[in-house]
Design a protein around this ligand. Structure first.
Ligand code: ADP
Ligand code: ZN
Ligand code: ZN
Length: 675
């Protein structure tokens, strides 16, 4: 039954039977639970008997399809999802269906605005390509030959190449080869709304229909594209993480661009990682898969070391672009205003003076990160979260970036009545103000979630940047991804220091990726680029490794550290997360699981993985969020197979105990962030 319910459940066939045969993979409507409306389910097996007495069995109300709605390969993938991510089978199935199929509507071509319900004809969709294939350089040729030599079977490749080395061109020409053979290519990208350029390069290159799947389009359009993919009418399918589940009639190649990106991991419902799902799918569908990145994840580099993936490198920037030079600046040693050091200020002026663009990265929105009372030390905090409220100057309010609540600015300190309250810490809004003051003749394009609230606003910002006129781009994470800014020659990273103190063991990996990705935005065309990094720790070993020896050496050093500490990818984590409005219940729930694991081990009915470690329960880093107290338990071992078996046993224990309902909880396989 579709939805977050465990199963499968037994039903009798409908009466009368439909004329067509019943098959696994057809949708059905069934009575379920106390609800009067029927539920939608999928036939997962057909048997001649049941462990339920026949007179207790209910009947299927209707069979909704005449043929299985998904290929058998995806049926297997859904089984894997259920076992690997420990989610209810119905929730795994749900991932494969667009909303209208989940709600039981017929699997027919939708009406498009002003058109009849019909299957599109391929001829009306084709337009001649406007941008021909480029002549490849030697590295690109080697990359393409290596990968196309492995078509029609499962093989994983890691395509590592600095920003601007021509990875996208390699994808485009590989895809060309695949569609020549009459097969389909599926490409996952982090966020389509953020990278309209990647999409337009695909559209400009190919004359065939492109199915585009992401959340920024209407349900009907999405379904239309889904069907184009499923029925094999779109040779190219491009989408965000959920596109990993789209059925393809004739899969020939999978690509995950920016494979290290965090947005491939789902943070609600089934905690899947789209890259890993697609890897499993590739092995089931016997298809090659290419993971591309300038800054591959440690997981993928480890898989190369283990010879599970073949490494293909594009070591040089293509065409005229040069690698940027990187410089560290310690703001402690200079006059620094609103987080911008004297050197950075001078560099900005210099590049603008040469009619170039400047990009500044700061991962904090708002004006000041804390509002602070100088006489008693009071700080504005959110009542529902363990977090400081961020001061937003223009809107003159305090915002919580976690529960999104907004409060008016207090005129005096609520504790000691002193005035004025002092905003401390630097956010993008504050930097924007000082830049406006220093560089009044140049536009400042701010890109963060406060100013960019819909795709059109981003499009406007990008259009302004693409005019090439000298200006300053100031933004958060949103600007670090895949954009081609031809005239940017200076990238300034305002503050990275928080990463050195983070309790998350992945924070340094992410920092290295971020520096390389932001740096990669500078000097993409014929002008040499420069990167300026502000930090109070310019001698930090990891930073110097990154800057002197490059990302590969940096990643190697991090991998050695992880190995020493037996952290992923040298072990596997399953995070059991719990939360409750009651301060103690989440911890109690997780302690119960830990005790259960101990009892099961002592009872010796079965053995846990030999090196099993259960770490916690501990309160989450931000214990209180949106009024809920959160805690977590990490289950760690090197024995992945037995880890999943053990967690299955624990889950079975939870589900048959009243403890089940004492807290909200979820199992998160391969967590990417600590809470
Ligand atoms: P990446 O995806 O690695 O960032 P791209 O494929 O976007 O790199 O290439 C960067 C730039 O170099 C683009 O403007 C692209 O058109 C150009 N380019 C790529 N390959 C070649 C080539 N073989 N010859 C000339 N220009 C190329
Ligand atoms: Zn005070
Ligand atoms: Zn809050």
């Amino acid at each position: 039954v579709l939805g977050p319910v465990w199963g499968p459940f037994d039903y009798l066939p409908p009466d009368p039977l439909p004329e067509h045969t019943l098959c696994v993979g057809m949708r059905v409507s069934v009575p379920f639970g106390k609800k009067s409306a029927p539920a939608i389910g999928v036939i997962t097996g057909i048997n001649s008997d049941s462990h339920c007495p026949t007179d207790k069995l209910k009947r299927v109300i209707a069979i909704l399809d005449t043929v299985p709605i998904l290929p058998a390969s995806l049926f297997r993938l859904s089984e894997w999802l259920h076992h690997y991510y420990h989610c209810p089978p119905g929730e795994a199935w749900n991932l494969f269906f667009p909303k209208r199929l989940r709600s039981g509507k017929p699997n027919e071509w939708p009406k498009r605005a002003g058109q009849k319900k019909q299957q599109p004809s391929t001829t009306t969709l084709t337009a001649p390509p406007q941008s021909p294939a480029l002549t490849l350089n030697a590295d690109q040729i080697t990359a393409i030959n290596t990968i196309t030599g492995a078509l029609k079977k499962f093989h994983a490749f890691l395509l590592e190449g600095v920003t601007g080395s021509g990875k996208t061109e390699v994808y485009l020409q590989m895809i060309e080869a695949v569609i020549q053979k009459g097969q389909q290519a599926l490409i996952l990208v982090p966020e389509i709304a953020l990278t309209p350029q990647t999409l337009s390069r695909f559209q400009a290159r190919f004359s065939c229909p492109l199915a585009v799947l992401h959340s920024g389009v209407s349900e009907a359009t999405r379904f239309y594209h889904w069907k184009m993919a499923a029925e094999g009418l779109a040779p190219i399918v491009i989408g965000t993480r959920s596109a990993a589940f789209v059925p393809l009639k004739n899969p020939g190649l999978f690509v995950v661009d920016e494979e290290h990106d965090l947005s491939f991991k789902q943070h609600s419902g089934v905690r899947y990682a789209a890259r890993d799902v697609l890897m499993m799918r590739a092995s089931i569908e016997k298809c090659p898969i290419v993971l591309g990145s300038a800054t591959p994840s440690l997981e993928s580099l480890y898989n190369v070391q283990q010879q599970k993936y073949t490494l293909v490198s594009l070591p040089n920037r293509s065409g005229l672009a040069q690698a940027p030079t990187v410089r560290l600046v310690n703001p402690r040693n200079e006059k620094t205003v609103s987080g911008i050091s004297e050197t950075l200020k001078r560099k900005i002026a210099e590049h603008l003076g040469k009619h170039r663009q400047v990009l500044l990265f700061l991962n904090r929105r708002g004006y000041a990160t804390v509002l602070f009372c100088q006489s008693c030390g009071w700080k504005a905090r959110c009542k529902r979260c363990d977090a400081h409220l961020v001061y937003h100057h223009k809107k003159n309010c305090l915002k919580c970036h976690h529960c999104l609540s907004t409060t008016a600015l207090p005129t005096s300190c609520p504790d000691c009545q002193a005035t004025p309250l002092k905003p401390v810490g630097v956010g993008t809004e504050k930097v924007e103000n000082i830049l406006l003051e220093w560089f009044p003749d140049y536009p400042i394009v701010r890109i963060d979630r406060d100013v960019i609230q819909h795709p059109e606003a981003l499009q406007d910002a990008l259009t302004q940047i693409h005019t090439g006129a000298p200006l300053i781009i100031l933004g958060t994470q949103m600007i670090s991804k895949g954009h081609h800014f031809k005239n940017v020659t200076l990238a300034g990273i305002v503050d990275i220091d928080a990463a050195f103190f983070s309790a998350d063991f992945r924070s340094q990996e992410r920092l290295g990726q971020l520096i390389v990705q932001v740096g990669g935005r500078a000097g993409r065309a014929e002008h040499a680029g420069e990167v300026l990094l502000q930090t109070h720790f310019p001698e930090h070993l990891l930073l110097t490794t990154l800057l002197q020896s490059g990302y590969t050496a940096f990643a190697k050093a991090l991998l050695a550290e992880r190995k020493l500490m037996a952290l992923p990818p040298f072990s596997h984590h399953i995070l059991w997360q719990a939360e409750s409005k009651h301060p103690q219940r989440a911890i109690d729930f997780l302690s119960w699981i830990k005790d259960k694991s101990q009892q099961l081990t002592e009872a010796k009915h079965m053995d846990p993985p030999a090196d099993l470690q259960i770490l916690g329960p501990i309160p989450a880093l931000m214990e209180k969020r949106i009024g809920h107290y959160r805690a977590q338990l990490i289950i760690q071992t090197q024995d992945r197979k037995n880890l999943h078996i053990w967690v299955k046993h624990l889950l079975a224990q939870v589900q048959t105990s009243p403890i089940r309902t004492t807290a909200r909880w979820v199992v998160n396989t391969d967590p990417q962030e600590v809470l």
